[in-house]
Design a protein around this ligand. Structure first.
Ligand code: AQP
Length: 334
């Protein structure tokens, strides 16, 4: 009997080049991308169009985008296996983004917690792009007819909205978009700030002790963990209300593979000082190979450019198919 070959599922995810990735970006998202490359057809993008919802310094932004591209490769993304591109190199994102804004309700966007958080954080620049960000994110995903979208838990709400927009569009025009599923890792879905463990760890946090950058030197990583905010008990265990310790346990568990019970047993009778040191050392060791590959890649800008040009070409080809379909369905003259 002839073997029926199953088509590989499509994955799309992205990250904003708004700074060096934090341990939160890494554990919640990027770390999970490389292992998917054999099983799925993957497209990963640097979301630079999303990044300008917050004011960026042009020179720093350009450099940061290159740095972040190198970081994606250093985290194991392989341009021979996946499409790794820069969002603004593929104009279809902005084009479909606008179209989908017209199929997204004001009320829906008003309910997005990221909009509320970011507009409070950047009160001097609450621009329309910050508000319509989820429609552009929907375009990013739907252009590639993605089956799965691996993101951190903080993006769950945007993904739900993407599904609603796609379902609404399909309801009007027939089967245009694949309805994507979220792929949110169970462990480490949301890494919290080391300084305020009830807030998520963010690249743009102004307090350098709040977040670990994946390029921080080992001694810096260890120092930041030593300063991490915990509680006044002295028990390493995962429990409601122990936000700081829960966060450190999640991080330690992700980089060592140990379960929470194993961690509790390992540190029974020890103070928090020993635990924090162990977490710092484990994270520094885990990130060492990424730093090393990153340094090599940054020394070869021509190679990086050839990768992102090729990525843009492939992404443009795939997204053009969806754009054609969308335009025909809406009734644009082609
Ligand atoms: N703290 C986190 N824990 C787990 N996952 C996280 N992600 C971000 N922070 C955490 C995941 O990282 C991916 C890329 O995020 P992004 O750069 O597109 O935007 P963001 O969520 O706004 O990330 P930051 O670090 O907070 O950036 P800034 O400070 O620029 O706003 C997403 O999959 C996200 O889930």
């Amino acid at each position: 009997m002839e073997e029926v070959k199953q088509k590989k599922k499509v994955i799309l995810s992205g990250i904003q080049p708004t700074g060096i990735f934090t341990l939160g970006n890494y554990i919640g998202a990027v770390k999970n991308w490389a292992p998917m490359q054999d099983e799925y057809n993957c497209a990963y993008m640097l979301a630079d169009l999303h990044a300008i919802t917050v004011r960026q310094d042009p020179k720093a932004f350009r450099e940061q985008t290159m740095t972040c591209y190198a970081l994606l490769l250093a985290c194991g993304l392989d341009p021979e296996k996946s499409i790794i591109f820069i969002q603004s190199h593929v104009p279809a994102h902005a084009e479909l983004g606008w179209i989908l804004e017209c199929y997204t309700q004001f009320g829906e966007l008003s309910r997005m917690t990221q909009f509320k958080d970011k507009s409070a954080k950047h009160a001097d620049n609450v621009n329309a792009g910050l508000f319509t960000y989820p429609s552009l994110m929907a375009a990013d995903i739907l252009l590639y007819q993605a089956d799965l979208v691996p993101v951190g838990a903080d993006q769950r709400q945007h993904l739900e909205l993407t599904r609603d927009i796609a379902t609404r569009f399909n309801g009007i025009y027939g089967n245009v978009f694949k309805i994507p599923e979220g792929f949110i890792p169970k462990a480490g879905a949301k890494i919290m700030s080391l300084a305020e463990p009830t807030k998520k760890m963010s690249k743009s946090d102004e307090n350098p002790n709040a977040c670990i950058s994946i390029l921080d030197k080992p001694e810096v990583i260890i120092k930041k963990f030593k300063r991490a905010v915990t509680d006044s008990e002295a028990e390493v265990c995962y429990r409601d209300g122990k936000d700081g310790i829960n966060n450190l346990m999640t991080i330690y568990s992700t980089v060592t593979g140990k379960t929470f019970d194993e961690i509790t047993a390992e540190f029974a009778g020890h103070g928090y000082g020993d635990f924090k040191l162990a977490v710092g050392e484990a994270v520094a060791e885990h990130l060492r190979p990424i730093r090393e590959v990153f340094d090599r890649l940054m020394a070869d800008k021509a190679y990086l450019e050839s990768c992102y040009r090729k990525g843009a070409e492939m992404a443009s080809r795939i997204s053009a198919r969806t754009m054609d379909k969308v335009k025909k369905k809406i009734g644009f003259v082609l």
